[in-house]
Design a protein around this ligand. Structure first.
Ligand SMILES: Cc1ncc(C[n+]2csc(CCOP(=O)(O)OP(=O)(O)O)c2C)c(N)n1
Length: 643
C-alpha cells in the first residue's frame, strides 16, 4: 500500500493484497469511495454503471478472502468489473475507461494479470472456471477458482452445461450466483421466479393442498400425517429453496446471503474457501446499489451514456436529432405487425437494446423475450415458422454468432421464413472487440437459401424489413449502431427487388461498390474527389450481399478500370470477397484494379465509432486515400478508365 492517506483509502490500493489488510470499517469506507469513483467516471464516458455498483461489497469480500496472486476470479460477462479494475492496479488509468487506447470496459487478460478470463458475452464463466479447476488439479497446484455469474446470465443453456459437468467431476470449485432479479431488463423465465422464491404463491398452495389430501387418504394414520405436515409448514417451505436446483447438480448450496453485507460475505467465503468440492454461493444484490437514480431505473443505468451525476439525467449525445436505426426498426415492426398477425417478435434478453420493447407493449401475446438464449431463440423461431408464423429475431450481430449452427441446421436447411434483424453491425464503439458486429456478412452469406441485406439509411431499412418478411425463406437485414441520416420514413414501405442494387451516383473515372453504412461516406468521398481532384467517381449501393446484384456489378465492372469495394465487416468472406469471387469466376478481373476496404484480420479495440472507422480506413478519407493510391489518378489525372 502506498503512503497516500490524504486522498482516501482507494488512492492507497495498488494491488488486491492491499484490500486483504483492511478492517471491516475500512472496507465500508472503501466501498463508498469506489462507488463515487465509478459514478463520476461513468458519468463522463458512459458504461455499465448499475451492474458494477451492485457488486462493490461482493468484490471487496472476494478480495479480502481470496488471494488474487494465486486464486482465479472469473467475472461472467465482465460488465460488473469496474470495482475489480479499480482495485487491481488500474485506478490511475480508470479515466481512460472505454476510450481509444484506454482500458477496456471488460476484463481482459492482456490488460491485467488479475483478469483471468476475457469476457463480454455472457454465461461463459462456469465452463471457463471448470476448465481452470481441472488444469489446476492436473498441474498439481492448489488454489481456488471462483466464477461469479448473474441470474440473467444463468438463463443461458451454457451455464447449465458447465454446472452439469462440474457437479459430475466434483472438483474444488466455487460459483457465486449474483442474483439481483435483473438481466438488462427484468429477468425472465421459469427459473428466475424459482430463484426469487416466488414459488410461495399459488403453485405451492396448490401443491400443499393436493399433498395434504393425499396424506389424508392413507388409512388410519393419514389425518395425523396431514397434521404433522401442516405443523412443519416452515420446513416444507424451506424445502423449496433455490438450493434444490443446485444440489441436484451436486453442488453444495450456501445462501441466500445479503450481498451488501460485507461481514456476512467474508464469513461465507472463508468457509467455502476450504471446501474441496463444488459449491454455489447464492448472493442477493441490488442492481445500481448506492445511487438512487440507478437503483430506481436499473435498466436505463445498465449500460448508460454520459449523464449528470447529481441528477442522473442523460446528457444529450452529439449524434444529431435523427432517429436511431433501432428506433426505426422497432416502430416499423409494430406497423408491419398491425397488418400481419403472423409476425412474432423475439429477443434474447434485449428488448430495449433491439427496439422491441414497444412491440412488447403493443402485442404482448406476439412478443417473446427468451432470456440470454440466442441459440434457443433461433430454433424457437424456426418452430414458429414451421407453422406459418413470420418470426422476427431481433438480435445484435455479435450475439448471433452463438447461433450459427441453429441458423444453418434449423432455419436454412429447412428454408424457413425466419427473419433476422441484426442491430449493432460493424464497429459499435466503446464496448470494443467482444461487441463489434464484424463477421455477420461473412458467416451468413455462405449459407444456402439465406438472403442478406444491408440498408444505406433508415428508409431503406424499412424497405428491407418488408422485403425480408415477404420473402418466403430465411433473410437477414444488418444495420449499424447509431442514428440514421434523417431519410424520410414511410408508413407503408415497399419491398425491394431481390438481388438488385442501385447506382446512386454515376461517374467516369472510378467506381465505389458500397454496402450498408458505407454508402453515404462513399458519396461524400466521391464528392470531395470531384471537387479536389476533378475525378468523376461512381457509387453503387449493392443493398444485397446475397443474392449479389451480379449482373449490375458485372456491367459496371466493364466500364471502370479502378474499382473499390467498401463494407463495415471483416474483409475475409464479406461483401468485397463476394464481389471478387464473382469477377474472378466470370473472368471479369482482367485489366481491373480492384481494392477492398473493410475490417482487418485483427480484433479492433474500443473507442468512438468515428475514431475506429478512421483507424481501419473505412471512412470517407480512407476511401479517398485508397482510390487515389490504387489508381495513381492523383498523379496523372484525369484519365478515362479503361481507355
Ligand atoms: C451472449 C450474450 N447475450 C447478450 C448479452 C447482453 N447482455 C449483457 S449483460 C446482460 C444481462 C446480464 O444479466 P446478469 O447476468 O443478471 O448481470 P447483471 O447485469 O444483472 O449484473 C445481457 C443480456 C451478452 N453480453 N452476451
Amino acid at each position: 500500500m502506498t503512503q497516500d492517506s490524504g486522498r482516501g483509502l482507494l488512492a492507497r490500493i495498488d494491488s488486491p493484497s492491499d484490500v486483504a489488510g483492511l478492517s471491516l470499517g475500512e472496507l465500508g469506507i472503501l466501498a463508498a469511495e469506489i462507488r463515487r469513483a465509478i459514478i463520476e467516471q461513468v458519468s463522463l464516458c458512459g458504461g455499465h454503471l448499475a451492474p458494477s455498483l451492485g457488486v462493490v461489497e461482493l468484490t471487496l469480500a472476494l478480495f479480502k478472502v481470496f488471494d488474487l496472486e494465486r486464486d482465479r476470479i472469473i467475472w461472467d460477462v465482465g460488465h460488473q468489473a469496474y470495482a475489480h479494475k479499480l482495485l487491481t492496479g488500474r485506478r490511475d488509468r480508470f479515466p481512460t475507461l472505454r476510450q481509444l487506447g484506454g482500458i477496456s470496459g471488460f476484463p481482459r487478460p492482456c490488460e491485467s494479470p488479475y483478469d483471468h478470463f476475457g469476457v463480454g458475452h455472457s454465461s461463459t464463466s462456469i465452463s471457463a472456471g471448470l476448465g481452470m479447476a481441472m488444469a489446476r488439479d492436473l498441474a498439481g497446484e492448489d488454489h481456488n477458482v471462483v466464477s461469479i455469474i448473474g441470474d440473467g446470465s444463468m438463463t443461458a443453456g451454457m451455464a447449465y452445461e458447465g454446472l452439469n459437468q462440474a457437479g459430475d467431476m466434483g472438483l474444488k470449485y466455487v460459483v457465486v450466483l449474483n442474483d439481483n432479479e435483473m438481466s438488462i431488463s427484468k429477468n425472465v423465465g421459469a427459473l428466475s421466479s424459482f430463484l426469487s422464491r416466488k414459488l410461495s404463491g399459488p403453485m405451492i398452495t396448490r401443491f400443499k393442498r393436493e399433498f395434504e389430501s393425499l396424506l389424508k387418504q392413507i388409512p388410519r394414520i393419514g389425518p395425523d400425517l396431514a397434521m404433522y405436515a401442516r405443523r412443519g409448514e416452515d420446513s416444507f417451505k424451506s424445502f423449496f429453496t433455490p438450493g434444490m436446483l443446485f444440489e441436484a447438480f451436486r453442488f453444495t448450496y450456501v445462501g441466500p446471503i445479503n450481498g451488501h453485507d460485507t461481514a456476512a460475505l467474508i464469513d461465507v467465503f472463508k468457509q467455502v474457501k476450504n471446501m474441496d468440492s463444488p459449491v454455489l454461493v447464492h448472493v442477493l444484490t441490488t442492481k445500481g446499489k448506492g445511487y438512487d437514480p440507478a437503483e430506481s431505473n436499473p435498466t436505463f443505468f445498465h449500460g448508460v451514456g454520459r449523464f449528470e451525476p447529481e441528477t442522473g439525467l442523460a446528457k444529450k449525445p452529439k449524434t444529431g436529432d435523427f432517429a436511431s436505426y433501432t428506433e426505426v426498426f422497432g416502430r416499423t415492426l409494430c406497423r408491419l405487425a398491425e397488418k400481419d398477425e403472423r409476425i412474432v417478435a423475439i429477443t434474447a434478453a434485449m428488448p430495449e437494446g433491439t427496439g422491441t420493447s414497444a412491440f412488447r407493449e403493443r402485442f404482448p401475446e406476439r412478443f417473446v423475450d427468451v432470456g440470454i438464449c440466442e441459440q434457443h431463440a433461433v430454433t424457437f423461431a424456426a418452430g414458429l415458422a414451421c407453422r406459418g408464423f413470420k418470426p422476427a429475431v431481433a438480435i445484435y450481430s455479435t450475439f448471433l454468432q452463438r447461433s450459427y449452427d441453429q441458423v444453418v441446421h434449423d432455419v436454412c436447411i429447412q428454408n424457413l421464413n425466419v427473419n433476422f434483424f441484426l442491430d449493432r453491425c460493424g464497429l459499435v464503439g466503446e464496448d470494443g472487440a467482444t461487441h463489434h458486429g464484424a463477421f455477420d456478412l461473412s458467416y451468413l452469406r455462405h449459407i444456402p437459401n439465406m438472403v442478406v441485406m444491408a440498408p444505406k439509411d433508415e428508409a431503406e431499412l424499412q424497405r428491407m424489413m418488408i422485403t425480408a418478411i415477404d420473402f418466403d425463406g430465411p433473410a437477414a437485414v444488418r444495420y449499424p449502431r447509431g442514428t440514421g441520416v434523417g431519410a424520410r420514413l414511410s408508413d407503408n414501405p415497399r419491398p425491394l427487388a431481390l438481388g438488385k442494387g442501385e447506382l446512386v451516383l454515376d461517374g467516369r473515372d472510378a467506381l465505389i461498390l458500397a454496402i450498408g453504412s458505407r454508402v453515404y461516406p462513399a458519396l461524400e468521398a466521391a464528392g470531395e474527389l470531384e471537387q479536389e481532384q476533378g475525378l468523376s467517381v461512381a457509387v453503387f449501393n449493392a443493398r444485397f450481399v446475397k443474392p449479389l446484384p451480379e449482373k449490375q456489378i458485372l456491367d459496371l465492372a466493364k466500364r471502370f478500370k479502378f474499382v473499390l469495394t467498401v463494407e463495415e465487416n471483416a474483409l475475409a468472406g464479406g461483401f468485397g470477397s463476394a464481389v471478387l469471387e464473382l469477377l474472378a469466376d466470370r473472368g471479369a478481373l482482367d485489366g481491373l484494379v480492384l481494392r477492398r476496404l473493410g475490417l482487418p484480420d485483427r480484433f479492433v479495440e474500443h473507442g468512438k465509432q468515428k475514431e475506429l472507422r478512421a483507424m481501419v480506413g473505412i471512412d470517407k478519407n480512407g476511401m479517398k486515400r485508397a482510390l487515389l493510391e490504387a489508381s495513381g489518378l492523383k498523379a496523372d489525372r484525369p484519365r478515362r478508365a479503361r481507355d
